[in-house]
Each structure stands twice: as C-alpha cells, then as structure tokens.
Design a protein around this ligand. Structure first.
Ligand code: PPS
Length: 308
C-alpha cells in the first residue's frame, strides 16, 4: 500500500514496511493502532526502557541488564531469549504482558521519541539510550537485512546505503532518531551510553548503569556481568545470540546476530564518495548536538594506551 503523503513505500515478499505518522513499521509485526496506544501506557517509577536505533547494541544492553538483575549469575539468565527477558514494546500484543509483569519491568524499543509513553517523558521510569556510530550501524543493518526475513534483502550495499540515508528502513533516519531522543533527555530520567564506550571499557559502563539503576553489586558480581557480556561469550550463548529463533524470522544460513562486534567495519564498505556524503549529512544534522563518536577501532586502542 502506498502512502501518498510522503510518497515512500517498500514491498517485500512476506512482510512490508508500512509508513505510519512519518515512521516505518513492519506489517505482521507491528500494529499502527497498538503503537499509537503506547503513549497512554501507565509507567511505574521502577520501569526501565532501553531505547536504540536498530543495530546499536540492543541485545548487548539486554544481556547486561539481565545479568545485573541476576547479580552476575549467568545460569539464572539461561533458557530464555534476551528478547523474552526484555521484550520490545512495539510488537503486536505487547501491552497485555507489560501490564501483568511485576516490577521492575525492563523493556526495549526502536521507536521514535514521539511514540514513547507520556509518563516516561514526565520523569516516571528510566531510559537508557544506547547510541552507536552510524556508519557501523549502516553496515550492520545492511547485513541484518539479508539475515532477517521480515526485512527486504537489499540489491547490494549501494542500494542499502541510499535507503539508509533516505530513512526508508524500520527506524527511519538515524539522525532524527537520536536527535529527538537526545534533545529531550532532560524531560526523562535518562542515561546515554555508546556502543563504543562498551567496547572501550565495559566495566565502567556496567558501573554507570548500576549507579543509574541504584543496584548494589559486589566487585565479583560486576566482573561476572562483564565476563558474560563479552562478544566471545555471547556468541556461544544460545539465549544471548538468538540462535533458537525460528528460521521464519531469522535465516541462520545467511548470517548470525553476533556478526563482527567491532568498531570501524564501515571502512570495508563505504566508498570515498559515500563517506563524504555521510560526513556532510552528519555535520549538517548533528551540529546542534554535543555528541561525538569513535569511528575506528584504532581510536579506541589509542585512548586505552598509557599516556607518556
Ligand atoms: S537489533 O536487531 O537492532 O536488536 O540489533 P542490535 O542488538 O542493536 O545490534 C546488533 C549489533 O551489536 C553487536 N553486538 C556486540 N558487539 C560487541 N560486543 C557484544 N557483546 C555485542 N553484542 C551484540 C552485534 O554483533 C551487531 O553488530 P555487528 O556490527 O553486525 O557485528
């Protein structure tokens, strides 16, 4: 079905992107009517929402939070997918479970700021926004479009690059997603974390999250949280890497959720011209936001090196 108001629509075999109030949802997975109701959800002070643009480290934060709740005991987190322990609010039918879940309720969302519960915007509950450098997001999302059956497989990288820049993907334009959430940070109990922070010093990020959530963990418990949230360990943990998810949603022959887990993979994909275009869009859109990103794994190694 075409949307005459913004003229954008993408057809895919089983699922399709459906424009709804200027934001793409996925038919069969999201219901525009239910998404519109989210703003009226009653929020408890103990609720914790993880907000991400796709491919920014959602599953990683789900793993960290699950482990913090379990005080580092990985055995207590096994047997349930990360998305079952910390579900998406935008999926069809999510409200019923949200209402019946005892506190503290952990949830994730890729939705734009405008769809968020009003009470969250009045400092009820807490928000952890995970951001990632958008060039690596683009590459990760490109691969995910071949792996996830609910998303249209791109013709090639150039084709996906254009779609991402135009925002013709679930999540729409990265620039607008982060801008809206971040510029309203003072209206919420808000913690901003980056994927690159987590790569650089996961232990410090765990400390920051624990103090934000007022969780008292021992040194050993925090070390266990870190240990079981590393890329290497999550990759071999079926509950943390979506291995058991049905092939009707994820085509495990075409990829894996835990793909590379690094910083700077975009350099293997972007042409010089694409990089220049991206930088220009970044400078134009982000100039009012005090946000910086690490774009290369070498920047991280350099910042960890002892200062002479
Ligand atoms: S989704 O589909 O939006 O929920 O995907 P999301 O979980 O946000 O992002 C997936 C990317 O995060 C990487 N990842 C990690 N990197 C480093 N360390 C750990 N522990 C980790 N866990 C997940 C995952 O590999 C995807 O990135 P790419 O670049 O594709 O590897």
């Amino acid at each position: 079905m075409a949307d005459s108001t913004d003229g954008c629509e993408t057809q895919i075999p089983d699922f399709k992107l459906i424009p709804h109030r200027g934001f793409y949802l996925i038919s069969g997975i999201h219901s525009p009517k239910e998404v519109d109701q989210i703003q009226n959800w009653e929020i408890r002070d103990s609720d914790i929402f993880v907000i991400t643009y796709p491919k920014s480290g959602t599953i990683w934060m789900q793993q960290i939070l699950s482990l913090i709740e379990a005080k580092g005991d990985v055995a207590a987190t096994m047997g349930q997918l990360n998305s079952e322990r910390i579900p998406w609010i935008e999926l069809i039918g999510s409200k019923k479970e949200f209402v019946s879940t005892p506190s503290p309720r952990f949830r994730v969302s890729h939705l734009a700021y405008k769809f968020a519960p009003q009470e969250l915007k009045q400092k009820r509950g807490k928000v952890i926004y995970v951001a990632r450098n958008p060039k690596d997001i683009l590459v990760s999302y490109y691969h995910f479009h071949s792996y996830a059956t609910m998303l249209e497989t791109p013709k090639d990288f150039d084709d996906f690059f254009e779609k991402f820049m135009e925002g013709k993907v679930f999540g729409n334009r990265w620039f607008e997603h982060i801008k809206a959430w971040y510029s309203h940070r003072d209206d919420m109990n808000f913690l901003y974390v980056t994927y690159e922070d987590m790569i650089q010093d996961l232990r410090s990020v765990v400390d920051r999250i624990c103090s934000f959530l007022e969780k008292n963990l021992t040194v050993e418990q925090k070390e266990n949280v870190v240990e079981h949230s590393t890329f290497k360990n999550m990759k071999k943990n079926p509950s943390a890497n979506y291995e058991p998810v049905s092939s009707s949603l994820l085509n495990h022959k075409k990829g894996s959720f835990m793909r590379k887990g690094t910083v700077g993979d975009w350099k293997n994909y972007f042409t010089v011209a694409q990089n220049e275009r991206f930088d220009l869009a970044f400078q134009e859109t982000m100039r009012d936001l005090p946000l910086t990103f690490l774009w290369d794994i070498k920047d991280i190694t350099a910042s960890l090196a002892p200062h002479s």
